[in-house]
Design a protein around this ligand. Structure first.
Ligand code: ADP
Length: 252
Protein backbone atom coordinates (compact mmCIF):
# COMPACT_ATOMS: atom_id res chain seq x y z
CA UNK A 1 0.00 0.00 0.00
CA UNK A 2 1.26 3.45 -0.90
CA UNK A 3 2.14 5.68 2.05
CA UNK A 4 0.85 8.75 0.21
CA UNK A 5 -1.60 8.77 -2.64
CA UNK A 6 -2.73 11.85 -4.52
CA UNK A 7 -5.74 11.54 -6.77
CA UNK A 8 -6.41 14.21 -9.34
CA UNK A 9 -5.32 17.07 -7.10
CA UNK A 10 -6.11 20.57 -8.26
CA UNK A 11 -5.08 23.79 -6.56
CA UNK A 12 -6.46 26.85 -8.28
CA UNK A 13 -5.80 30.48 -7.42
CA UNK A 14 -8.60 32.37 -9.07
CA UNK A 15 -8.72 30.90 -12.56
CA UNK A 16 -5.09 29.74 -12.50
CA UNK A 17 -4.33 26.11 -11.72
CA UNK A 18 -0.95 26.00 -10.00
CA UNK A 19 -1.51 22.27 -9.48
CA UNK A 20 -3.54 20.86 -12.32
CA UNK A 21 -4.72 17.30 -11.82
CA UNK A 22 -1.79 15.59 -10.09
CA UNK A 23 -2.11 11.88 -9.34
CA UNK A 24 0.81 10.03 -7.83
CA UNK A 25 1.79 7.42 -5.27
CA UNK A 26 4.68 7.50 -2.85
CA UNK A 27 5.72 4.05 -1.67
CA UNK A 28 6.94 3.62 1.90
CA UNK A 29 10.71 3.55 2.25
CA UNK A 30 11.43 5.62 -0.83
CA UNK A 31 13.08 8.98 -1.31
CA UNK A 32 11.12 10.69 -4.06
CA UNK A 33 12.69 13.65 -5.83
CA UNK A 34 10.37 16.37 -7.04
CA UNK A 35 11.95 18.47 -9.77
CA UNK A 36 10.78 20.87 -12.44
CA UNK A 37 11.34 24.43 -13.62
CA UNK A 38 10.37 27.44 -11.52
CA UNK A 39 6.63 27.89 -11.40
CA UNK A 40 5.95 24.19 -12.07
CA UNK A 41 3.79 23.92 -8.94
CA UNK A 42 6.17 21.97 -6.66
CA UNK A 43 5.87 24.26 -3.64
CA UNK A 44 2.12 24.54 -4.06
CA UNK A 45 1.89 20.75 -4.15
CA UNK A 46 3.89 20.57 -0.88
CA UNK A 47 1.52 23.11 0.64
CA UNK A 48 -1.48 21.02 -0.34
CA UNK A 49 0.09 17.77 0.92
CA UNK A 50 1.02 19.38 4.25
CA UNK A 51 -2.42 20.94 4.62
CA UNK A 52 -1.46 24.60 4.36
CA UNK A 53 -3.81 24.88 1.37
CA UNK A 54 -7.14 23.13 0.90
CA UNK A 55 -7.18 21.68 -2.61
CA UNK A 56 -9.79 22.90 -5.08
CA UNK A 57 -10.41 19.29 -6.12
CA UNK A 58 -8.97 15.84 -5.64
CA UNK A 59 -8.10 13.56 -2.75
CA UNK A 60 -5.15 12.82 -0.53
CA UNK A 61 -4.66 9.52 1.30
CA UNK A 62 -1.89 9.05 3.85
CA UNK A 63 -1.05 5.86 5.67
CA UNK A 64 -4.34 4.24 4.73
CA UNK A 65 -6.56 7.18 5.67
CA UNK A 66 -8.13 10.00 3.73
CA UNK A 67 -6.61 13.27 4.99
CA UNK A 68 -7.82 15.69 2.31
CA UNK A 69 -9.70 17.89 4.78
CA UNK A 70 -7.51 17.47 7.83
CA UNK A 71 -5.69 20.45 9.35
CA UNK A 72 -1.92 20.78 9.18
CA UNK A 73 -1.48 19.82 12.84
CA UNK A 74 -3.71 16.77 12.43
CA UNK A 75 -1.49 15.59 9.57
CA UNK A 76 1.59 16.32 11.69
CA UNK A 77 0.29 13.99 14.45
CA UNK A 78 -0.16 11.25 11.89
CA UNK A 79 3.51 11.55 10.95
CA UNK A 80 3.37 13.81 7.92
CA UNK A 81 5.97 16.46 8.62
CA UNK A 82 7.13 19.34 6.50
CA UNK A 83 10.47 20.76 7.54
CA UNK A 84 9.42 24.36 7.68
CA UNK A 85 6.20 23.36 9.39
CA UNK A 86 8.30 22.92 12.49
CA UNK A 87 9.28 26.50 13.32
CA UNK A 88 12.73 27.53 12.24
CA UNK A 89 15.38 27.41 14.90
CA UNK A 90 15.05 29.71 17.87
CA UNK A 91 18.27 31.66 17.44
CA UNK A 92 18.70 32.54 21.13
CA UNK A 93 18.08 29.03 22.41
CA UNK A 94 20.90 26.53 22.38
CA UNK A 95 21.04 23.75 19.83
CA UNK A 96 20.02 21.22 22.49
CA UNK A 97 17.10 23.39 23.66
CA UNK A 98 15.94 23.74 20.06
CA UNK A 99 15.44 19.98 19.92
CA UNK A 100 13.85 19.80 23.35
CA UNK A 101 11.07 22.27 22.48
CA UNK A 102 9.77 20.22 19.54
CA UNK A 103 6.43 18.70 20.52
CA UNK A 104 6.95 14.93 20.43
CA UNK A 105 3.37 14.33 19.42
CA UNK A 106 0.53 16.64 20.11
CA UNK A 107 1.55 20.27 20.64
CA UNK A 108 0.43 21.27 24.09
CA UNK A 109 -0.44 17.75 25.10
CA UNK A 110 1.98 15.00 26.06
CA UNK A 111 4.84 17.15 27.20
CA UNK A 112 2.79 19.79 28.99
CA UNK A 113 0.25 17.41 30.51
CA UNK A 114 3.07 15.70 32.35
CA UNK A 115 4.41 19.04 33.48
CA UNK A 116 1.81 19.15 36.24
CA UNK A 117 2.35 15.67 37.61
CA UNK A 118 5.22 15.60 40.09
CA UNK A 119 7.69 12.86 39.29
CA UNK A 120 6.48 12.64 35.73
CA UNK A 121 8.15 15.93 34.88
CA UNK A 122 11.69 14.83 35.46
CA UNK A 123 11.16 11.51 33.76
CA UNK A 124 9.65 13.07 30.66
CA UNK A 125 12.11 15.93 30.56
CA UNK A 126 15.01 13.57 31.07
CA UNK A 127 13.73 11.34 28.29
CA UNK A 128 13.32 14.24 25.91
CA UNK A 129 16.78 15.49 26.83
CA UNK A 130 18.33 12.07 26.28
CA UNK A 131 16.63 11.73 22.92
CA UNK A 132 17.87 15.19 21.92
CA UNK A 133 21.41 14.24 22.95
CA UNK A 134 21.18 11.02 20.89
CA UNK A 135 19.88 12.94 17.88
CA UNK A 136 22.76 15.42 18.13
CA UNK A 137 25.28 12.59 18.33
CA UNK A 138 23.77 11.03 15.20
CA UNK A 139 23.97 14.35 13.37
CA UNK A 140 27.54 14.93 14.63
CA UNK A 141 26.48 18.19 16.24
CA UNK A 142 27.42 17.29 19.82
CA UNK A 143 30.28 19.81 19.79
CA UNK A 144 27.84 22.68 19.21
CA UNK A 145 25.17 21.39 21.62
CA UNK A 146 25.41 24.44 23.91
CA UNK A 147 25.89 27.03 21.16
CA UNK A 148 23.06 29.39 20.40
CA UNK A 149 21.35 28.04 17.28
CA UNK A 150 21.60 31.46 15.65
CA UNK A 151 25.38 31.04 15.49
CA UNK A 152 25.27 27.85 13.40
CA UNK A 153 26.29 27.78 9.74
CA UNK A 154 23.63 27.31 7.05
CA UNK A 155 24.45 23.62 6.76
CA UNK A 156 24.41 23.04 10.51
CA UNK A 157 20.98 24.70 10.65
CA UNK A 158 19.73 22.27 7.99
CA UNK A 159 21.07 19.37 10.06
CA UNK A 160 19.33 20.82 13.11
CA UNK A 161 16.11 21.09 11.13
CA UNK A 162 16.45 17.41 10.23
CA UNK A 163 17.11 16.71 13.90
CA UNK A 164 13.89 18.46 14.84
CA UNK A 165 11.92 16.07 12.62
CA UNK A 166 13.67 13.22 14.45
CA UNK A 167 12.11 14.43 17.71
CA UNK A 168 8.65 13.75 16.23
CA UNK A 169 7.02 10.52 15.06
CA UNK A 170 7.63 11.30 11.41
CA UNK A 171 6.76 8.77 8.73
CA UNK A 172 6.85 11.02 5.70
CA UNK A 173 9.10 14.07 5.67
CA UNK A 174 8.72 16.78 3.05
CA UNK A 175 12.07 18.47 2.54
CA UNK A 176 12.01 21.80 0.78
CA UNK A 177 15.34 22.43 -0.95
CA UNK A 178 17.56 20.88 1.69
CA UNK A 179 20.74 21.66 -0.28
CA UNK A 180 20.10 25.42 -0.60
CA UNK A 181 22.80 27.44 1.16
CA UNK A 182 24.74 24.41 2.40
CA UNK A 183 28.50 24.09 1.74
CA UNK A 184 29.81 20.97 -0.02
CA UNK A 185 31.22 19.30 3.10
CA UNK A 186 28.03 19.61 5.10
CA UNK A 187 26.00 18.70 2.02
CA UNK A 188 27.67 15.27 1.95
CA UNK A 189 26.86 14.87 5.63
CA UNK A 190 23.25 15.94 5.13
CA UNK A 191 22.89 13.44 2.26
CA UNK A 192 24.41 10.68 4.37
CA UNK A 193 22.02 11.39 7.27
CA UNK A 194 18.98 11.47 5.00
CA UNK A 195 20.07 8.08 3.60
CA UNK A 196 20.52 6.57 7.05
CA UNK A 197 17.13 7.89 8.21
CA UNK A 198 15.62 6.36 5.10
CA UNK A 199 17.33 2.98 5.28
CA UNK A 200 17.54 2.38 8.99
CA UNK A 201 14.75 4.47 10.50
CA UNK A 202 12.15 3.78 7.78
CA UNK A 203 11.65 7.44 6.99
CA UNK A 204 10.05 8.13 3.64
CA UNK A 205 11.05 11.42 2.04
CA UNK A 206 9.85 13.66 -0.73
CA UNK A 207 12.32 16.36 -1.56
CA UNK A 208 12.10 19.38 -3.80
CA UNK A 209 15.59 20.12 -5.01
CA UNK A 210 17.37 21.98 -7.79
CA UNK A 211 20.72 20.35 -6.99
CA UNK A 212 20.70 17.51 -9.53
CA UNK A 213 23.70 15.78 -7.93
CA UNK A 214 21.71 15.40 -4.75
CA UNK A 215 18.67 14.17 -6.67
CA UNK A 216 20.79 11.64 -8.54
CA UNK A 217 22.47 10.38 -5.40
CA UNK A 218 19.38 10.09 -3.19
CA UNK A 219 16.21 9.85 -5.18
CA UNK A 220 14.33 7.00 -6.78
CA UNK A 221 11.86 7.68 -8.21
CA UNK A 222 12.18 11.19 -9.58
CA UNK A 223 9.05 13.09 -10.58
CA UNK A 224 9.28 16.04 -12.92
CA UNK A 225 6.46 18.58 -12.85
CA UNK A 226 5.74 21.32 -15.36
CA UNK A 227 2.83 23.71 -15.57
CA UNK A 228 1.04 22.11 -12.64
CA UNK A 229 1.16 18.59 -14.04
CA UNK A 230 3.32 15.52 -13.64
CA UNK A 231 5.37 15.35 -16.80
CA UNK A 232 7.17 12.09 -16.12
CA UNK A 233 8.09 9.75 -13.27
CA UNK A 234 10.96 7.30 -13.35
CA UNK A 235 14.53 6.72 -12.23
CA UNK A 236 16.95 9.63 -12.48
CA UNK A 237 18.49 8.63 -15.82
CA UNK A 238 15.10 8.09 -17.46
CA UNK A 239 13.79 11.45 -16.29
CA UNK A 240 17.01 13.32 -17.13
CA UNK A 241 17.10 11.89 -20.66
CA UNK A 242 13.46 12.54 -21.47
CA UNK A 243 13.20 15.27 -24.13
CA UNK A 244 10.04 16.69 -22.47
CA UNK A 245 12.03 17.43 -19.33
CA UNK A 246 14.71 19.32 -21.24
CA UNK A 247 12.03 21.22 -23.08
CA UNK A 248 10.28 22.18 -19.84
CA UNK A 249 13.53 23.56 -18.40
CA UNK A 250 14.36 25.42 -21.62
CA UNK A 251 10.98 27.11 -21.51
CA UNK A 252 11.65 28.37 -17.98
P1 ADP B 1 7.54 25.94 -7.97
O1 ADP B 1 7.67 25.62 -6.51
O2 ADP B 1 7.58 24.73 -8.83
O3 ADP B 1 8.55 26.96 -8.41
P2 ADP B 1 5.06 27.22 -7.19
O4 ADP B 1 4.22 26.15 -6.63
O5 ADP B 1 5.77 28.12 -6.24
O6 ADP B 1 6.10 26.58 -8.23
O7 ADP B 1 4.18 28.13 -8.14
C1 ADP B 1 3.39 27.60 -9.20
C2 ADP B 1 2.58 28.73 -9.80
O8 ADP B 1 1.54 29.08 -8.91
C3 ADP B 1 3.38 29.99 -10.07
O9 ADP B 1 2.96 30.52 -11.30
C4 ADP B 1 3.00 30.88 -8.93
O10 ADP B 1 3.05 32.24 -9.29
C5 ADP B 1 1.57 30.46 -8.63
N1 ADP B 1 1.21 30.63 -7.22
C6 ADP B 1 1.78 30.00 -6.16
N2 ADP B 1 1.19 30.37 -5.01
C7 ADP B 1 0.23 31.26 -5.34
C8 ADP B 1 -0.74 32.02 -4.60
N3 ADP B 1 -0.81 31.92 -3.26
N4 ADP B 1 -1.57 32.84 -5.29
C9 ADP B 1 -1.50 32.92 -6.64
N5 ADP B 1 -0.62 32.25 -7.39
C10 ADP B 1 0.23 31.43 -6.76
Amino acid sequence: MALLELENLVMAFGGFRAVDGVSLKVEPGTITGLIGPNGAGKTTLFNVIAGAYQPTAGRIRFDGEEITRLRTDERFHRGLVRTFQIPHEFPRLTVLENLMVVPPKQPGEQLWANWFTPGEVARTEAEVRQKAIDVLAFLELTHVMNERAGNLSGGQKKLLELGRTMMTNAKLVLLDEPAAGVNRTLLRKLEEKIQILNREWNYTFILIEHDMEMIEKLCDPVICMAEGKVLIEGDFATVRNDPRVLEAYLGE
